[in-house]
Write a protein that binds this ligand. Structure first.
Ligand code: SF4
Length: 493
């Protein structure tokens, strides 16, 4: 195995300042993980398509040789917990998981236990999505709506998706709901151990460790992106942090460190240190409570060409797939000839399939294109879709009031870069004829009409919200007027 302990050989590998060729997106992604709890699973580390970084020095030790001595662990626990006691952020889920009324007492009843487990579960899943400052608001709204696991178990997927709107990766929200139902169906006793928690759908190693240690005081480790960074620096590990062997070892090292008496606090302290002081690019080593045990810091003091930010080494992300779609924001006016703000109109929303990307979420009618396409080709694709799905024959059954190109928007998912071409298509039924709903493709697709008032308050994915906002902005710059007499739709680009 090509690994090295840098104290002996001052290896630079592909780390820090020695590697300038990362793409902006990969650096952004790494930066964004500075606070976000990127769960690091022992079982399924994220795969990358990049070759493993080349280690330039001979192997002086295997990653298996890394360990914390008892003394080291004792010192790190004491210093880190003291720092945490004085510096921890006041966060709503911490109030629930550690307030005196919810302390860790043997005599705690099931409700108290469930309350702690549920709060930690929800907060940890949200923290895997975004920054703490954003999560606070989402968490408070969520707990107001579903204060207990039993309340959540009664919710519909649609409600949960609405509440989750804007956090992204909606599968996690669905798993929370399905997990809550599962626990309730099995009698409502909240599992406490990692192995029992892992049996619940959607709970992985990270979330199980967090719930078990924070809510139930079990001495188990938790490893997220922040913990990987701190431990890699403490031990100056120059192995690829995405490798299964490295991830497994870091879990083991975290297990050696975890405080047996205050495991939840210790795990949160380690993650908090990584999210604040031991940041990705600008660590505050001078104020760090465990600087005396930090091997990377000691190396950097011995040799000016070594920096603590060289650890962990940076690995380029897998390349994103480029996709293109034509999005048609279809607005249907009522039969009256009213135009402008007084007119009532509705938008068509289509439900995505229950499997795959953004499963079960609402979006404007759209067609995935094989490649980048010009305006005419996109319109042909959209027209075909509207005809086959809604029986909307744009030449016969309905009048096109206006059809305007709004713009492009690129939405970036973890593995896909989706470029959307957006148009606003305003339609009015001919005469007093309404659209022939009977022929719509109900079997294969779910859809609905929503007026703008409801659309404004609906929980939409950030991509759909962006599209809608672009349309609204466009309408405002056009002062809300729609050229009703346009028989031939204008081709505006
Ligand atoms: S001394 Fe610096 S690099 Fe080491 S753990 Fe502390 S903040 Fe991180």
């Amino acid at each position: 195995m090509q690994l090295a302990i840098c104290s002996h050989f001052q290896t630079h590998c592909l780390a820090g300042k020695h590697n300038r060729h990362y793409s902006l997106s990969s650096m952004d992604a790494i930066g964004a993980g500075a606070e976000k709890r990127t769960a690091i699973s022992k079982k399924r580390p994220r795969r990358t398509t990049q070759p493993k970084p080349k280690i330039e020095v001979p192997t002086s030790g295997d990653i298996e040789d890394f360990s914390f001595s008892k003394d080291e662990a004792l010192q790190i626990r004491a210093s880190l917990l003291e720092w945490y006691d004085n510096n921890q952020r006041d966060l709503p889920w911490r109030r629930i998981s550690s307030s005196s009324s919810c302390g860790f007492k043997e005599e705690d009843d099931d409700d108290e236990r469930e309350k702690r487990g549920y709060a930690v579960w929800v907060s940890e899943v949200m923290l895997q999505q975004t920054r703490v400052s954003t999560v606070i608001d989402y968490f408070n709204r969520w707990m107001n709506k579903w204060p207990t696991l039993h309340h959540l178990a009664q919710a519909s997927l649609e409600e949960v998706n609405e509440m989750w709107a804007g956090l992204g990766y909606y599968r996690r929200a669905r798993f929370l709901l399905e997990g809550a139902k599962e626990v309730v169906e099995q009698g409502g006793t909240f599992p406490e151990t990692v192995s029992d928690l892992r049996n619940i759908k959607g709970i992985g190693e990270y979330t199980a460790g967090a719930i078990s240690s924070i809510a139930f005081k079990k001495a188990v480790p938790v490893v997220d992106g922040n913990v990987v960074r701190v431990i890699s620096r403490l031990k100056a590990i120059s192995a690829n942090p995405k490798d299964a062997a490295t991830v497994k070892k870091i879990w083991k090292l975290a297990g050696q460190l975890v405080d047996p008496f205050r495991p939840g606090d210790f795990n949160q302290a380690l993650m908090e240190l990584g999210a604040t002081l031991c940041s990705l690019s600008n660590p505050g080593c001078a104020a760090c409570p465990i600087s005396a045990q930090c091997h990377a810091l000691s190396l950097s003091r011995q040799n000016e060409s070594v920096h603590v930010t060289d650890y962990p080494i940076k690995v380029m992300k897998a390349k994103q797939r480029h996709e293109f779609s034509a999005v048609s924001v279809v607005e249907i006016l009522d039969c009256q000839e009213t135009i402008g703000p007084q007119s009532s109109s509705k938008f068509i929303l289509v439900k995505r399939p229950n499997k795959g990307l953004l499963a079960g979420l609402w979006e404007f009618p759209s067609v995935l294109l094989e490649k980048e396409a010009d305006l005419a080709s996109r319109r042909i694709a959209i027209d075909k879709f509207l005809q086959s799905s809604f029986n909307l024959d744009l030449k016969e059954s309905i009048r096109i009031v206006s059809r305007e190109y709004i713009g492009e928007y690129v939405h970036v998912f973890s593995h896909i870069r989706l470029k959307m071409y957006i148009e606003l298509l305003v339609l009015r039924p001919k005469g007093n004829r309404s659209i022939d709903y009977k022929k719509r493709d109900k079997e294969s697709m779910t859809w609905k009409y929503v007026d703008s008032k409801n659309l404004d308050s609906m929980g939409l994915t950030s991509g759909v919200r962006k599209v809608y906002n672009m349309v609204q902005k466009h309408k405002q710059t056009d002062q809300g007027t729609i050229p009703e007499r346009r028989r031939k739709p204008a081709l505006r680009r």
